[in-house]
Design a protein around this ligand. Structure first.
Ligand code: ADP
Length: 378
């Protein structure tokens, strides 16, 4: 009998599990707000409910063996009651608990001795000025929960802007030093039920307006830096007793120092290249880990790869067939189109991966430029 896996969240990260689920004989059942969400088309069943609707997750759990997450904006307290009643969540809720609030996540990483930017939680009880006096401007202000793709993250040039945002918004905030990084890096790691850990090659990512535009695999970093990043992943996943795939976003400074920006307890945009460029994709790896199967090989089967996000740039119901065809004609390219019915500025509509035979130091900018000039209107 096939394994039945419930997924909380039905966006593109769940949609990209389809091929791996077919290969491994896993049935997918999703909990997602809208029938238009990408993974509805690939799931055996769907439950239409918000991801933080624990009553819906209770129904989801009756239909499957294990419940996993493609979205971490869940109500952990309500889910804990289900876990106590025997629902099997992977990663288990104790592994998610320190990660869902950005301030608590930073504290957890710092307490583990892992490198993070200087940070603090804003308190309504103390004078704002005195709280941030050690940081200097610019500072980075982050909503403690529910931030994604830069929503809830603000780079603040001065005190007046900071106090305006803090006073206008009712969210709880984390403030941290602005890191003048030379590169942003990321790594995908997975841990199995038995504690085996596998790690993908570190990648370089580029964010514009806090949204990922492209990823190059592998990153051009020293071997020492690679080892340091792998050691971070090992320490973190072991400490959390994590089961599944996890994305780790990092900064590299001019002095060669690595700092952790953020942990995503799920598959991650920076690992999409693995669908086309690796022996085992991050999506297959996640299914393997949470279903208790042996983990797969994370090796690149090409010299390097570039992944470019196809972000919405207008409000539209267009399916962009013509641009997608032009992109698909690029040699060694695969276009992944998430089938969203509505485009909005900044929304992730799809991505393209191009495999490269040689080391990517030559020509990768040209490929990115070509893709972006086909995709975005001039
Ligand atoms: P989200 O959770 O919305 O993805 P992040 O915290 O990852 O938000 O921030 C989005 C982007 O903002 C990062 O990829 C980086 O480019 C920039 N950023 C975030 N924190 C800092 C920081 N402390 N210093 C400099 N840039 C930052």
């Amino acid at each position: 009998m096939s394994m039945k896996l419930g997924i909380i969240g039905g966006g593109q990260l769940a949609w990209m599990m389809k091929n791996a689920a077919d290969k491994l004989g896993v049935e997918l059942i999703v909990q997602t707000p809208s029938p238009n969400d990408p993974a509805v088309s690939i799931a055996q069943h769907s439950i239409f409910a918000a991801v933080d609707d624990a009553a819906a997750t209770e129904i989801l759990a009756t239909k499957c063996d294990i419940v996993t997450f493609e979205n971490e904006f869940v109500n952990l307290a309500a889910l804990s009651l289900l876990e106590e009643q025997g629902v099997c969540f992977r990663p288990q809720l104790a592994a998610l608990a320190p990660l869902l609030d950005k301030y608590e996540q930073r504290c957890y990483l710092r307490d583990l001795g892992l490198p993070v930017p200087q940070f603090l939680a804003l308190s309504g009880e103390k004078k704002l000025e005195s709280q941030i006096e050690n940081l200097g401007f610019p500072v980075v202000l982050k909503a403690r929960r529910h931030g994604y793709d830069g929503q809830g993250t603000f780079i603040i040039p001065d005190f007046a802007t900071l106090s305006k945002i803090v006073n206008q918004t009712h969210s709880q905030f984390l403030v941290e030093e602005f890191v003048p990084f030379t590169k942003e890096l990321a790594i995908i790691a997975a841990r199995s039920v038995n504690g085996e850990i596998v790690i993908y090659p570190a990648v370089e990512t580029l964010q514009k307006e806090q949204v990922c535009r492209w990823v190059i695999a592998p990153a051009q970093i020293t071997q020492e830096q690679s080892l340091q990043i792998e050691a971070i992943a090992h320490k973190l996943l072991t400490s959390l007793q994590y089961i599944g795939v996890c994305g780790i976003e990092l900064f590299l400074t001019a002095e060669g120092k690595i700092l952790i920006n953020e942990i995503a307890p799920r598959t991650h945009n920076s690992g999409h290249f693995s669908l086309d460029a690796c022996e085992t994709s991050q999506f297959e790896q996640h299914l393997r880990a949470v279903c208790g199967l042996p983990l797969g090989n994370t090796r690149l089967h090409c010299a390097s790869a570039v992944m470019v996000n196809l972000l919405g740039y207008e409000n539209s119901h267009c399916d962009y067939q013509k641009q997608r065809q032009q992109l698909a004609n690029i040699p060694q390219a695969t276009v992944h189109w998430y089938g969203k019915t509505e485009a909005r500025p900044g929304r992730k509509l799809g991505h393209i991966t191009v495999l490269l035979d040689q080391d990517h130091t030559n020509g990768v900018e040209d490929i990115i430029h070509k893709i972006e000039s086909i995709w975005y209107p001039q």
